[in-house]
Write a protein that binds this ligand. Structure first.
Ligand SMILES: *Cc1c(COP(=O)(O)O)cnc(C)c1O
Length: 385
């Protein structure tokens, strides 16, 4: 399909980057399982020299994801962390980064345990009030790293307000868009420079692959990222690229059901006597509900709950008594998952910092899947008894 930019999201999810194979007509992008490409004489080849640099299956996927994020360029990585690592490598010792106080645990670990040793300084601040951010900007600040909605307390950060600050102070704004997916939120349209995804989650959608992605419009930032991508080498293989490409073809259908099920479950949990608090940006009582409404198309299937009973024993009992939900790390797949951040996804964050961000021992995070919602509601009912 030649020009797909005018087509709607669901059509692009299926067709962007997915041209029929020129040599066979295969409708699905072939898995080009090769590490190298034959050259006629040194330097004369068909545009492909070595597969760390370029692979046609990966290129098809990158075109698809770029289209879904309304971006010009996309780079795919062997994991979400590989993508984040590449963004931070745009910086040099002495540079400073402003980021949130409720981050994916792996991002926090990479920033504090790896990049702080390379002389990069991170400010972990409350970004939910955009007016709080500017006081941390100084001459050394280079990057704002925003994750929204946040993991796991579902804070909402105003992307447009961050973009205005970035423009005013000549900073790069990068948004971890993993929780929203491009179906719900397109940060480039709101002024962000870089969008990051753990494609392991909603993009892949079937819990069968680990992958990361960066999407950008700016040609200079793209060149720098592409250089690090090829030089440092966190590139994904063709089989994984194929799997994510296949997953993306149903992203819009899955997201619609994630949102539908998410709403039903959030409303059910809100009234449940065993529950103290429900974190979900679709509630009008969510502190940044209006910002969520402004920058997201719907509210998704990620929900966190705080149990009334504070004991870890009770939390563990609840977490392990589900029959349809599975107790597991990760999120965004077709199957519903439950996770205990304090001991699982966020275990690498020191207890005092974790608890200050609201990630208490009696908090559980749900990734609501696309099963029949009645079965999910019944499962919650029996597990919370
Ligand atoms: C999972 C996740 C990551 C890391 O991605 P991987 O694919 O696991 O490396 C980063 N950010 C968020 C919000 C995530 O959920």
């Amino acid at each position: 399909m030649s020009d797909i930019s005018n087509l709607k999201f669901g059509t692009r999810a299926i067709h962007a980057g997915a041209d029929a194979d020129a040599s066979t007509g295969a409708i699905m992008t072939p898995i080009f399982q090769t590490s190298t490409y034959v050259q006629e004489y040194p330097g004369k080849h068909k545009g492909y020299a070595y597969a760390r640099g370029k692979n046609p299956t990966r290129e098809a996927l990158q075109k698809n994801i770029a289209s879904l994020e309304n971006g010009k360029h996309c780079l795919c990585f062997s994991s979400g962390m590989g993508a984040i690592d590449t963004v931070i490598k745009l910086l040099a010792p002495g540079d400073e980064v402003i980021t949130g106080d409720d981050l994916y645990g792996g991002s926090y670990r990479m920033f504090t345990k790896i990049f702080m040793n390379y002389g990069i300084k991170f400010h972990f601040i409350n970004m939910t009030d955009a007016g709080n951010i500017e006081q941390y900007i100084n001459a050394k600040t280079k990057l704002i790293w925003a994750e929204t909605p946040t993991n796991p307390t579902m804070q909402i950060i105003d992307i447009e307000a961050c973009a205005k600050l970035a423009a005013k102070h000549n900073l790069i704004l990068a948004v971890d868009n993993t929780f929203a997916s491009p179906y719900l939120q397109n940060p480039l349209n709101l002024g962000a420079h870089i969008v990051m995804h753990s494609a392991t989650k909603y993009l892949g959608g079937h819990s069968d692959v680990v992958m990361g992605a960066l999407i950008v419009n700016d040609a200079k930032i793209y060149e720098q990222l592409a250089f690090i991508h090829n030089t440092c080498g966190a590139t994904p293989g063709p089989m994984d690229s194929f799997l994510v490409m296949r997953g993306l073809k149903t992203l819009h259908l899955r997201m619609e059901r994630h949102c539908y099920n998410g709403r039903k479950i959030a409303e059910f949990l809100e009234k449940h006597p065993a529950i103290e608090k429900v974190y979900w940006p679709g509630f009008t009582t969510h502190p940044n509900h209006l910002i969520a409404k402004k920058q997201m198309r719907d509210f998704g299937g990620m929900i966190s709950i705080v149990l009334k009973d504070k004991s870890i024993e009770n939390t563990f009992r609840v977490a392990s008594s589900f029959k349809v939900f599975s107790l597991a790390e990760s999120l965004g797949g077709v199957e519903s998952l439950i996770n205990h951040p304090a001991t699982m996804t966020h275990a690498s964050i020191p207890k005092d910092i974790r608890e200050a961000a609201g990630v208490v021992d009696n908090l559980l995070r749900l990734s609501v899947g696309v099963e029949d919602v009645e079965d999910l509601l019944n499962d919650l009912e029996q597990a919370l008894k």
